[in-house]
Design a protein around this ligand. Structure first.
Ligand SMILES: Cc1ncc(COP(=O)(O)O)c(C=O)c1O
Length: 386
């Protein structure tokens, strides 16, 4: 990250802060699109980071939106409703009706349960509602294969619904191509059976890839090989309809930086401890356990050597609030800033951000590598805790 940006945050604002670099994000999407080829369209699951939706609307084919709150964000940001797939487990009839009525240019809904299906099929609307059936991978999400088949077999009874196809998502951070390989094979077979047995044509398959991100210094994930293998899987399918790959983390993690400042330091029983102004309430690294892995992180200003190791601890009153154990940080000083990388996905929403009534961090975006824009001030949380 550009030092000018760090200095500007240090001098004009404060830490802790998240910074989302829009150029990095757009380049990342460009890379994914090139690797995935024209055969695969890209859907962004906005739960990963809802701050950046507008900046990528022109290069993303679809947005997956899972709650009324996420829907409001898209509405306020004037995201084209045609690009929105409404998914997620729980929506009241009121919410569903509101979404349908406010979006005449029809977007698409997933059928997450038979209850939700009943609601959708009974909705009075002057438009035919496009839906995708989410097939469960064996969790609380989606419907069983038999239930999906029942909907497909009886589809002519549901005059207000157009069953576009199938959605499938089974989990995040899938490090090996083996799992997608099995899942794509299963879905290809299911689609074929639906054609043979029910003369049902799947127009769209939306597959949640859960593609991984390389978070720690010792990970050796070969992304290029993974993406090539995935494209081969898709090209080898018998199904030749539309394929949409639903990704969150893989699209947005790399554009994010989390900045936190050293505010205290000490040596307790022979161990170096640095206290930072942020902490585990602001940063979640998938796969991190007991702070044992070393995330990709830089120090500003740079050090001459990194010989000395530090336990980096946050500002919460819990012994769990350790960001990294034994981090090589040399002669770490109060005021130094730690820049944690790949923090563009989930960090700002998955942390226990209300604990200890600490403020929510600042949020910035960077445009054209150097133009800093304040998106959100640091927000006090004490008011919601009393
Ligand atoms: C239905 C669905 N699609 C996509 C995603 C995004 O997953 P990831 O961030 O691993 O790409 C999620 C994450 O929970 C999800 O539930």
């Amino acid at each position: 990250m550009d030092e000018i940006i760090i200095k500007e945050i240090q001098e004009k604002y404060d830490t802790p802060a998240y910074v989302f670099d829009i150029n990095v994000l757009r380049d990342r999407i460009g890379y994914l699109k090139e690797k995935l080829t024209d055969r695969i369209e890209l859907c962004y699951a906005i739960k990963a980071n809802a701050f950046v939706v507008k900046e990528i609307e022109d290069i993303i084919d679809r947005f997956e939106v899972c709650s009324p709150g996420e829907y409001r964000i898209c509405e306020e940001k004037k995201i084209d409703p045609k690009k929105i797939l409404i998914s997620g487990v729980y929506k009241t009839p009121k919410v569903i009706k509101e979404m349908i009525n406010t979006t005449k240019e029809m977007n698409c809904y997933t059928i997450e349960s038979m209850e939700q299906f009943e609601l959708l099929k009974d909705i009075k609307s002057d438009i035919i509602i496009p839906v995708m059936i989410r097939i469960t991978s064996g969790s609380q999400f989606g419907v069983n294969e038999e239930e999906a088949i029942q909907i497909i077999a009886n589809r002519n009874e549901y005059k207000n619904l157009y069953i576009k196809g199938i959605q499938y998502f089974s989990g995040t951070q899938k490090n090996s191509i083996k799992r997608p390989s099995k899942e794509i094979e299963y879905l290809d077979d299911f689609i074929k059976r639906m054609k043979q047995e029910y003369d049902f044509e799947v127009d769209e398959l939306e597959y949640g890839g859960g593609f991984p991100i390389h978070y720690f210094v010792d990970s050796n994930f070969d992304e290029e090989a993974f993406l090539n293998d995935f494209v081969d899987l898709i090209n080898n399918m018998e199904y030749k309809g539309r394929i949409i790959l639903e990704l969150g983390r893989s699209i947005v993690a790399s554009c994010g930086y989390y900045l936190t400042r050293v505010v205290d330091k000490k040596k307790n029983k022979g161990q170096n401890y640095a206290i930072v102004d942020g902490g585990m309430n602001h940063i979640v690294y998938y796969g991190q356990s007991m702070a044992m892995k070393i995330p990709i992180c830089e120090i500003y200003p740079k050090k001459d050597n990194y010989d000395e190791s530090w336990n980096l601890c946050g500002s919460l009153c819990t012994t769990n609030d350790i960001l990294v154990k034994q981090f090589p940080a040399g002669d770490l000083q109060i005021g130094d800033i730690l820049i944690f990388k790949n923090t563009g996905a989930y960090c700002m929403t998955e942390g226990i951000s209300l604990f200890l009534s600490r403020d929510l961090p600042y949020i910035f975006k960077v445009y054209d590598n150097h133009r800093l824009e304040l998106v959100r001030e640091n927000v006090p949380t004490y008011r919601v805790n009393m």
